[in-house]
Design a protein around this ligand. Structure first.
Ligand code: ZN
Length: 160
């Protein structure tokens, strides 16, 4: 999923253009978050602290069977994934899910900005889960262990 990775990488570097930046250069009228309308839109808010993003993270973590608290966000998810999943494949699935989620949040944010409609978190989460499952299904081969296939099947069963 290269597009997801690029967005995740750009987010890490804080390079995405939030309204904070657009309002500074005079393009946006206000600098409120287009998803919640409650706080100033900054990269950190959009991806980590916005109630919309947090609802999505909690759902994705539940799907991946990762314990979360309501105030958790993607960085903590990633640390928990690394601790909980000791195999490279499971970690890479978790990372793919989190990267896909960041991409979908950014996509949803742009739809909200340009089309003035905010999707339900379930819609975003559903897209992420299906993308990840479809991608992983393409990679399955006879060398995969039974344990690994069972884990993957459990993820597919828990799709919304
Ligand atoms: Zn917000």
């Amino acid at each position: 999923m290269p597009k997801h990775s690029v967005i995740a990488w750009m987010t890490a570097l804080g390079k995405l253009r939030a309204k904070e930046h657009l309002s500074r250069i005079g393009i946006a009228i206000d600098n409120l978050c287009v998803m919640c309308g409650l706080q100033e839109e900054k990269i950190e808010h959009s991806f980590f602290k916005c109630i919309f993003s947090q609802q999505c993270y909690v759902k994705i973590c539940k799907w991946l069977d990762i314990q979360t608290s309501p105030m958790d966000h993607i960085n903590r998810c990633w640390r928990i994934c690394k601790r909980k999943f000791t195999t490279k494949k499971k970690r890479s699935i978790c990372f793919a899910a989190l990267a896909a989620l960041v991409y979908q949040i950014w996509y949803a944010r742009n739809c909200a900005y340009w089309e003035k409609s905010v999707p339900w978190p379930d819609v975003i989460v559903n897209v992420v889960m299906h993308n990840v499952c479809n991608r992983v299904r393409q990679l399955i081969n006879e060398k995969w262990s039974q344990d690994w296939k069972v884990w993957l099947e459990s993820l597919v069963r828990r799709l919304i």
